[in-house]
Design a protein around this ligand. Structure first.
Ligand code: NDP
Length: 342
């Protein structure tokens, strides 16, 4: 089969593309500019014309994906802004929501061979900041972030703007499905990962140019991003859980494979952490880390946000995730090979 992957040059998406190619799929990859396809062509050269690259310059434009969906069996929509720089919330909400809608509209109008659409949402669309520790599941929605941007606009917390963009984009996808029920002969699967870490295979020249999540990991573990006391307390809110990027890629592959995933949102997560867990683990591999907090005791750490991953197990069959040790080791090896740490 052939799968359309949007935003294919991103941190998560390149691993998704790799997994799909390894599993025998052909991939049509969308990027915003021709130059962003060069690295993909290079690292996946062995797959020849099983990888096709198309430019979709503006994913929010009506008809943006009309050509791209023709002849594919499935779509994996990953393209969405992930940064904490929006002034007006619309700067991040609009591409997230409209990009998702344009992808679904194109499938409805022109994706006659499409059987399934997978949307990369996030635990951002699930969690809320609550006064007590809480275990969230797929029935939870982050309406809190949407209320906050509506009330506070540009003054809302930068993280909250991103959380709201993911919440509104995922809601738009399910509403689209509901509204067009009678006309749709494909189904939707939504994947909700927490913070994603692990080695990078996308094009990235320097640590500063890393995507948001891995950049935070790099600076926190190696560059003293946090005060020592924060290293053992942060892991709060959106940053409460994590998953390895390779597990995220597997979930995107399994989401295409499993019939019973139809029309479900599915949380995937390896578990809780504080920055100090990563710092302590990195030290085991003999690298120089951030100063951190030596008084940290993981046995008494409070994790405000936890996720129930039983649906991922039941529906996708995911019962094992990369561990903090495995992900730390592989990421250190990656960063060393790039000369970013020693
Ligand atoms: P990256 O920033 O590495 O990749 C984002 C991708 O989306 C890139 O291809 C980027 O294109 C594209 N994109 C961003 N903004 C726009 C826009 N305005 N118009 C068109 N395309 C755009 O991020 P990740 O790989 O981390 O994120 C991929 C997906 O995974 C996103 O949907 C994100 O919300 C989700 N996610 C990520 C998590 C994480 O911790 N990394 C956690 C949970 C979910 P370009 O390179 O041209 O900017």
């Amino acid at each position: 089969g052939k799968v359309l992957v949007t935003g294919a040059n991103g941190y998560v998406a390149v691993w998704v593309v790799r997994r799909l190619l390894e599993k025998g799929y052909s991939v049509r990859a969308t990027v915003r500019a021709e130059s962003k396809g060069t690295h993909l062509r290079k690292i996946f050269a062995e797959y020849g014309d099983k990888l096709e690259i198309v430019v979709v310059a503006d994913i929010t434009k009506p008809g943006a994906f009309d050509e791209a969906v023709k002849g594919v069996d499935a779509v994996e929509h990953t393209a969405s802004p992930f940064h904490f720089n929006a002034k007006d919330p619309a700067e991040i909400v609009t591409p997230a929501v409209n990009g998702t809608l344009r992808a679904l509209e194109a499938v409805l109008a022109h994706g006659t061979s499409v059987k399934r659409v997978v949307v990369t949402s996030s635990c951002a669309a699930v969690l809320s900041v609550l006064p007590e520790p809480h275990v969230f599941n797929e029935s939870d929605w982050n309406d809190q972030s949407v209320d906050l941007i509506n009330q506070q606009g540009a003054d809302a917390d930068q993280v909250v703007k991103y959380l709201a963009s993911k919440t509104l984009a995922e809601r738009a996808a399910w509403e689209f499905l509901e509204k067009n029920k009678g006309k749709i002969n494909w189904d939707l699967v939504v994947i909700n990962p927490p913070y994603v870490y692990g080695p990078a295979i996308h094009e990235v020249e320097s640590p500063e140019a890393l995507n948001e999540s891995l950049n935070a990991w790099y600076r926190s573990v190696f560059k003293n991003l946090h005060e020592p006391a924060q290293a053992s307390s942060i892991g709060y809110g959106f940053l409460a859980d994590w998953i390895d990027v390779r597990d995220v890629a597997d979930a995107h592959y399994l989401a295409l494979q499993k019939e019973q995933a139809a029309n479900q949102r599915i949380i995937i997560s390896a578990g809780n952490w504080k920055w100090q867990d990563w710092i302590n683990t990195a030290r085991k591999f003999g690298v120089e880390t951030s100063k951190g907090d030596d008084s940290y005791d993981p046995t008494v750490a409070v994790h405000m946000i936890q996720y129930d991953v039983s649906r991922a197990k039941a529906v996708l069959g995911i019962n094992k995730y990369y561990s903090i040790e495995e992900t730390t080791k592989d990421t250190i090896d990656d960063f060393k090979a790039r000369g970013w740490i020693n």
